[in-house]
Design a protein around this ligand. Structure first.
Ligand SMILES: C[S@@+](CC[C@H](N)C(=O)[O-])C[C@H]1O[C@@H](n2cnc3c(N)ncnc32)[C@H](O)[C@@H]1O
Length: 240
């Protein structure tokens, strides 16, 4: 049996190293997308797309139309990148704040997709019921977030992680059972494959090669973590 090389492994590595904002979003997006019935022409909202490498994967590998929406990265910055890749017609760059009302019609998207961003705004039970109406009935929601292998007992941060832990992580970093329980409470969602993602180690190793100063800071954190605490949580569901 021949196993196809992942799209990510044949992609321009130097480009990825310049545009990653955390564990390699193209690799994470590729694994997450493998759980979706993506077809050419579908509309996908890539929420919290950063510099758009998950959007590029979706547009190039599956031929979907991507609405690449982000808070910190300007649409102009992303537009230049997409145009340079010949994807200016396929990916629509937008500025949004997911904590506010989003400028889309109800039922507009076939898929709501998010890599390494949902934990910034979505670790609260009010969020999914607010976002779900943007997806057509029968459409999909697929999210990947960095998280924990298990909840910290009593909220106590392990000694070795303390130098790297910032207070926001208390709200944002959770285990798969925590996230799944949150999504189970969302009316109008049929839960799909929720799991720990296989690409955790490779996506982090890719990121730790990046010259980005945040990646350089993460090197000692990942050495201290030693595979004991962090996870990459996948959440999927379908709008009923
Ligand atoms: C760690 S970066 C990851 C970016 C990209 N998904 C990736 O993996 O390379 C987190 C992203 O979440 C986005 N974000 C955070 N809060 C947001 C919000 N309220 N609305 C939209 N995007 C948000 C930021 O703009 C940022 O680009």
């Amino acid at each position: 049996m021949t196993i196809a090389t992942p799209f990510t492994d044949s992609y321009d590595k130097a480009f990825l190293l310049e545009t990653m904002m955390g564990p390699n979003a193209m690799r994470v997006a590729e694994e997450l997308a493998s759980f979706l019935p993506l077809r050419e022409g579908m509309r996908v909202l890539d929420l919290g797309c950063g510099m758009g490498i998950s959007s590029i994967l979706l547009a190039r590998k599956f031929g979907v139309t991507v609405f690449a929406a982000d808070l910190w990265i300007t649409p102009t910055d992303n537009f230049r990148r997409f145009e340079a890749l010949g994807l200016g017609e396929r990916i629509v760059p937008l500025s949004v704040d997911a904590t506010r009302e989003l400028p889309f019609a109800e039922g507009y998207f076939d898929v709501l997709f998010s890599v390494d961003a949902y934990h910034y705004f979505g670790a609260d039970e009010a969020v999914l019921p607010r976002l779900l109406p943007l997806v057509r009935p029968g459409g999909h929601v697929a999210v990947a977030v960095p998280g924990l292998l298990r909840e910290l007992p009593g909220g106590e941060v392990p000694e070795e992680l303390r130098p790297f832990w910032v207070p926001e992580m208390n709200d944002q970093f959770h285990s798969l059972p925590w996230w799944r329980a949150l999504w189970e409470r969302a009316a109008g969602l049929r839960l799909g494959p929720c799991r720990e993602m296989d690409c955790l180690r490779r996506a982090w190793d890719d990121w730790l090669e990046s010259p980005n100063p945040y990646a350089r800071q993460d090197v000692p954190m990942m050495q201290a973590e030693g595979g004991k605490y962090f996870s990459l949580v996948q959440l999927c569901g379908q709008r009923i």
